[in-house]
Design a protein around this ligand. Structure first.
Ligand SMILES: [Zn+2]
Length: 258
């Protein structure tokens, strides 16, 4: 049989010898993280981690940068009244992702891109990236909806941009149409809590605001829009990976006091 030379990018598909070869030539890795939480009656519970996984794996293929398996569970206790939500505390999630990053650091990885699919993970990840910078590892946190926030309004109205609404559902339709059930899609305007006013940050759960788990309009989702947004997201992430490749680790570390 003809020997085909395949360049692998997924760590779990490499042998230790292949991993050794990668770590000898690169100091970069991509770590996708997400959640397993309700996304309305039409979307799979895995929406946030499945999107982060797809974006990361495609970027790894295009750039040759190592990619870890997606970390699927995140900070989601606010969705727990909906069945099947797996919720991890901020502290445990932060420590778990940090220790995965430190394992990479042991092999010489100094630049890590966390591809986060779930807004609830954000605080823990920012906290973690500050701690890791002190330890000599630079972590950037990429969130797809922020990376393309300028173009999203040309595809979706504000009511279509909420949790489990048309925006997220469209990405799912583009990536995983077999596990989206559009017959079950609903539109629901979130309820305002009695004490809610502008400028307050309240520790509310999803059930305080919606009955279906959808924040806004989901019935208008389309695979076509999802594909166009995904391509824009992957382009942004590839750009960031290539910029980091060219940046010396010394220029990313904390500066000494002057
Ligand atoms: Zn989501």
């Amino acid at each position: 049989m003809e020997k085909v030379n395949i360049v692998r990018v997924m760590l779990h598909e490499m042998s230790w010898a292949e991993a050794k070869g990668y770590f000898a030539r690169s100091d970069m890795a991509i770590v996708p993280v997400g959640s397993n939480e309700q996304h309305g009656p039409q979307n799979p519970l895995g929406t946030d981690h499945l999107i982060a996984k797809a974006i990361s794996e495609e970027t790894a293929k295009r750039t040759g940068v190592l990619c870890l398996q997606v970390i699927p569970y995140g900070v989601s206790s606010h969705h727990k009244q909906f069945w099947g939500t797996i919720y991890i505390s901020n502290k445990t999630f932060k420590n778990y992702v940090e220790e995965a990053c430190l394992s990479l650091g042991y092999y010489g990885i100094r630049k890590i891109i966390i591809v986060n699919g779930h807004g609830g993970n954000r605080c823990a990840l920012i906290d973690m990236s500050r701690e890791l910078r002190e330890k000599g590892i630079f972590v950037s946190v990429f969130q797809w909806w922020e990376a393309v926030s300028k173009i999203l309004p040309s595809f979706f109205t504000p009511e279509e941009e909420g949790h489990a609404a048309a925006e997220e559902t469209s990405l799912n339709l583009a990536l995983y149409p077999q596990i989206v059930n559009m017959d079950k899609a609903v539109d629901e305007e979130p309820r305002k809590h009695a004490i809610e006013v502008e400028g307050l940050k309240l520790p509310l759960d999803t059930v305080d605001e919606t009955s279906s788990g959808v924040f806004g309009k989901s019935t208008t989702a389309s695979a076509e829009k999802g594909k166009r947004v995904l391509e824009a997201v992957i382009n942004e992430l590839v750009k960031h990976v290539n910029t980091l490749k060219k940046t010396r680790i010394e220029d990313l570390m904390q500066k000494p006091r002057v």
